[in-house]
Ligand binder design. Structure first.
Ligand SMILES: [Zn+2]
Ligand SMILES: [Zn+2]
Length: 307
């Protein structure tokens, strides 16, 4: 089952030629999850051939223009496509008001249901396969980070072991694979753990922007396969970062290291850095956390299933 992450944009504050505003998208098993929606988001989605109508949920970090002004345009696209499922939009309390007033003032024709769900820290969605968690960040206004966390899968079924235990091939094998105990015709009870290997861990993606550094971010994103994390400034501007409640690239790398993530993808770059100067951010982050990516717009990453 696929689990892909796309960088939609990487700029902070304002869109630049070749650098749209910060947004990311996860495609998992045909479902699309969008994180933030600044100006230009729909252009990047089109360039990546990601179909708007397949977006199931949108998660908004906070109510700053660089993260939400793409939303009315994206919602207006709805009149162009057939869509039968509701669209879920998660975010801070005032998001509902923003969407409602945009709809009214812009006379938006929307032919499907939009459900706006105010979030609080904790699990905001759960099904059999994954959870979506939300956690508080520290910015100039209420701001949240998000993680998609897959549940672990049963271990590998040992055919050899099943044969040793003389379990007849067929539906009984299936029951064990689903985690159910079975009783054989001779009365023996077989538990799934008798034939299955260790459970296989799920995959995790985390999205962190905008925030100042604080050590607990590492707890929230712990063990992520991919962490998209803001890296607004180089360390010489650390005091600006504190004042504006943003992070330096070194701080993003510190989070990645402390959280034992597999890959750190930097994002939300200050427009003060030209495309060439972005390597300064990469350099300082990769000294602390080597598996750092200087994320550029429309890069994509695959997280393979864990065996
Ligand atoms: Zn921002
Ligand atoms: Zn902000």
């Amino acid at each position: 089952m696929n689990f892909e992450v796309f960088s939609i944009g990487t700029s902070g504050m304002m869109p630049l030629p070749g650098r749209f505003l910060t947004s990311a998208l996860v495609r998992r098993n045909g479902e699309l999850f969008l994180f933030d929606c600044g100006e230009g988001t729909q252009v990047s989605l089109r360039m990546l051939n990601l179909k708007w109508k397949h977006i199931d949920s949108i998660f908004i970090s906070h109510m700053h223009a660089d993260h939400i002004t793409g939303l009315p345009g994206l919602l207006m696209l709805s009149s162009q496509v057939e869509r039968d499922k509701p669209l879920y939009i998660y975010g801070p309390e005032r998001l509902a008001q923003y969407i409602e007033s945009s709809r009214k003032i812009l006379d938006m024709y929307i032919n499907y249901e939009i459900r706006v769900i105010p979030v609080e820290s904790g699990t905001i969605y759960e099904n059999d396969e994954f959870t979506i968690n939300c956690f508080p960040l520290k910015h100039t206004k209420l701001c949240y980070g998000y993680s998609i966390v897959e549940k672990s899968r049963p271990g590998i079924f040992s055919v050899e072991r099943a044969k040793e235990l003389e379990i007849p091939m067929g539906p009984l094998w299936g029951k064990l694979q689903k985690g159910e105990d079975i009783t054989l015709s001779d009365g023996r009870v077989i538990h799934p753990s008798d034939v299955l290997g260790e459970r296989r861990s799920g995959r995790k993606f985390s999205y962190v922007t905008d925030t100042m550094y604080f050590p607990e971010i590492a707890d929230y994103v712990y063990g992520s396969d991919i962490l998209f994390c803001e890296a607004m400034f180089t360390s010489d501007l650390a005091s600006d970062a504190i004042e504006k409640k943003h992070m330096t690239a070194s701080q993003a790398a510190t989070v990645a290291r402390d959280a034992n993530v597999s890959t750190l993808c930097l994002q939300h770059y200050s427009p003060r850095y030209s495309d060439k100067e972005l390597k300064l951010l990469f350099k300082e982050a990769s000294e602390i956390f080597p598996n750092t990516i200087l994320t550029r717009d429309r890069m994509s990453f695959d997280i393979p299933l864990k065996e």
